[in-house]
Design a protein around this ligand. Structure first.
Ligand code: BGC
Length: 703
């Protein structure tokens, strides 16, 4: 099966530009580079020119409408860290720009076996002289700090002078779009100049962040050849105000001549390397010495191994195959692999949701990696373990004396959600993380991980569940959890969200299981943990009561589990009253209270809980609930259709399963949610894989 995705076109088209920047971005779990054009675009074109490092952020103040107690007052954002992409080439003074040749034909390619992107352009200058450009970019999996641009052009019939400027900017800003709430509201100056120096192979710029006091180093080397003969640089300048290097070359070419600029960029940061400046220099020397060809080879080898574990094929459907491959590749590109980072909702492909990590990782992406790349999965879990202390602090802020409460959205482990009803109130993130730890343990049998990390996470998350609710007399002394938001963001601050209660109960069960198992396999470690977290045996008795008495909303008449206590009381949703252009953007067009009062759901909620724990429900129950939620779910979140598709497979609704699966699979390549420009939808991409494995193939770990 071909692992190549291609787009062809003529001229520069602003409408496609940002979509192509997302499709053709290069990432390797550490760095992500948007597929922007080296030469830039006309000033009035909208472009998101970004280079990101997974987990690298700055902090900006966040205004709350009212200064209520313990609301979040600042938040992290993933930063655009530098711009090493710029390469400008002029031919007798005319700069190469696709905008200046309306007839130029181009082909853009994503080669997922080679791990590269390529842009080929047939371009004519104002005199009608032709040149062919072939530009290959790679974010290396072998050396994750490395991003390369292999910029080649050949003169077909041009004779004259070529001038090249290869630029490197150390002070850049994030993209700003006031119309999109998923992007940062203001464009701050997050970087300041630290250091510039010439190193053995090129030049290195170091910048630091204004608030988080982190450092990022970017080191760049250029190798320019004409017909394979090395060209010396003409002038090297440093602009102090812009913190920018410019290396220029000038020479004459004739028809048939081939010019190649290999630009190596190395990124390092002070989160991973205290001395990121020197590490960048050393790495740059190493990669230049090894040469680009060796990195191309290693990239292909790495991907061969990856596809051996992860390739899937649907016989006879080209479009679906194309998207299966694309989606899986994007997951790999997005995944933090070093314990310092996770998977942002948009991967490393754009600035949507500011590079934040959500429950998307644990509930959608991690199951994929647990089955296909368990080492990678473990690193993603390590990231949560490493931020357990921040989660403990967070629990205290929310009034829980014991335990840990993970943030709804974050980069460094601290809560970064702006609007608490749709953020902090989503306590289910705790149970989602616990679910992923348990799934990893079940599938891998990694007892060492249970002892070293997982048990602690399972217990600390469970403790918050044991504190957040109570046995309510009015509900037959069942355990109720009030004032939370479930996964569905169109019903906020509800009582007894079905999904939350179900997942909380399982979280507690798993914590109990983890402690018992740990006691059995490593009593010393068990004792040490009990001491460390001051765990009391009585806590287990209380957990047992909760497990037995968890409350679930149930409607006798309809024989379904409503999403929460109030769900069925809400106003029936009448979409005909909503103008078509506003239907998919309810929060952009209506007050939140208008949204919360309607009997409808943005995304899979109760259904997701039933799917994950389908062993507790009869097939009839699953069908009845599916049929009901089918009528009230709007699928305005990209995390929804894949879940409906998997459950549809389970209950034998095959046509619907295939319909939902196909929508999920094509969601990004067909830009169904109309926001692909800001980045991929990583959770849904994982949902495509789940649709095949958990849906059509029916794989379950708890059957
Ligand atoms: C969804 C959330 C999701 C977030 C990031 C929102 O639109 O409602 O469930 O976590 O996007 O993908």
């Amino acid at each position: 099966m071909s692992k190549i995705y291609q787009v062809t076109g003529i001229g520069l088209n602003e409408k496609n530009l940002q979509l192509q920047e997302t499709i053709f971005h290069n990432a390797n779990g550490y760095i992500g580079v948007r597929g922007t054009l080296e030469e830039g675009v006309p000033a009035d074109f909208d472009t998101m020119r970004g280079m990101y490092i997974n987990g690298f952020y700055d902090i900006a103040p966040m205004k709350q409408a009212e200064k209520l107690c313990n609301l979040v007052e600042d938040k992290e954002s993933m930063l655009n860290v530098a711009d090493t992409q710029t390469i400008e080439v002029s031919f007798d003074g005319q700069k190469f720009s696709m905008a200046d040749d309306a007839d130029c034909r181009y082909v853009r390619t994503l080669d997922m076996e080679k791990g590269i992107t390529r842009r080929e352009v047939d371009w004519s200058n104002k005199e009608g002289k032709q040149l062919h450009f072939n530009i290959t970019r790679m974010a290396s999996f072998e050396e994750r700090s490395l991003f390369t641009i292999d910029y080649c052009f050949q003169s077909i019939d041009f004779s004259g002078t070529v001038e090249i400027h290869s630029r490197h900017l150390g002070l850049v800003r994030n993209y700003f779009n006031p119309k999109d709430p998923r992007l940062a509201g203001e464009s701050h100056n997050h970087l300041k100049k630290e250091d510039v120096h010439i190193c053995e192979s090129g030049a290195c710029l170091v910048s630091s962040t204004v608030e988080s006091h982190l450092k990022v180093a970017s080191a760049v080397a250029n190798i320019v050849t004409v017909n394979q003969k090395r060209q010396p640089s003409e002038v090297v300048t440093y602009d102090e105000t812009a913190h920018a290097m410019d290396v220029s070359y000038r020479f004459d070419i004739r028809p048939g001549d081939e010019v190649r600029i290999i630009k190596y960029s190395i990124f390092t940061d002070s989160i991973r390397e205290e001395d990121c400046r020197n590490v960048a220099d050393e790495k740059l020397s190493k990669v230049v010495e090894q040469g680009i060809a060796s990195y191309y080879k290693k990239q292909q080898e790495y991907l061969k191994e990856f596809w051996n574990n992860s390739s899937m094929e649907i016989v006879g459907d080209r479009d679906l195959n194309e998207s299966l491959c694309f989606n899986m590749y994007q997951l790999l590109q997005s995944a933090g692999y070093d314990g310092y980072s996770s998977i942002a909702a948009k991967g490393l492909s754009g600035e949507g949701y500011e590079g934040h990590y959500f429950w998307d990782t644990e509930m959608y992406v991690l199951p994929v990696f647990i089955y296909t790349e368990s080492e990678l999965a473990k690193q993603l879990l390590n990231y949560r373990y490493d931020t357990l202390n921040q989660a403990r602090d967070r629990a205290k802020i929310l009034g829980h004396e014991k335990g840990a409460l993970y943030p709804w959205r974050t980069i460094n482990g601290e809560e970064a959600s702006t609007y608490f009803p749709l953020g902090t109130a989503q306590y289910h993130v705790n149970a989602d993380i616990a679910y992923a730890f348990k799934l990893y343990l079940d599938i891998t049998g990694d007892d060492k991980f249970l002892v070293d990390e997982a048990a602690e996470v399972l217990v600390e998350t469970a403790r918050v569940w044991a504190d957040v609710g109570c046995f309510a007399e009015c509900k037959d002394n069942k355990y109720c959890i009030c004032a939370v938001t479930g996964p569905d963001e169109y019903n906020a601050i509800v009582d007894n969200n079905f999904y939350t209660n179900l997942m909380a109960r399982e979280n507690i069960r798993d914590a109990k299981w983890a402690l018992e198992k740990m006691k059995e396999i490593d009593k010393d470690a068990y004792d040490a943990l009990v001491k460390k977290i001051d765990f009391k045996e009585e806590e287990i008795d209380y957990w047992d009561r909760i497990i037995e008495n968890m409350y679930f909303p149930y409607d006798e008449k309809m024989q379904i589990y409503p999403q929460d206590d109030g769900f069925l009381m809400r106003k029936p949703w009448d979409e005909s009253k909503i103008p078509e252009e506003k239907r998919h953007l309810l929060y952009e067009n209506y007050h939140p209270l208008f949204v919360y009062r309607q009997k409808m759901a943005k995304q899979a909620d109760a259904i997701l809980g039933m799917l994950l724990h389908s062993n507790y429900f009869t097939n009839e129950e699953l069908k009845r609930n599916y049929d009901f939620y089918q009528t009230v779910t709007l699928h305005h979140s990209s995390l929804s259709t894949c879940i409906f598709g998997i459950l549809a497979s389970q209950i034998g609704y095959d046509d619907e399963a295939y319909k939902y699966f196909s929508q999920s699979a094509r969601m990004d390549l067909d830009d169904i949610h109309n926001n692909f420009y800001a980045g991929i939808h990583a959770a849904n991409m994982a949902g495509t894989w789940q649709g095949i494995v958990f849906g059509f193939a029916g794989v379950r770990s708890n059957a």
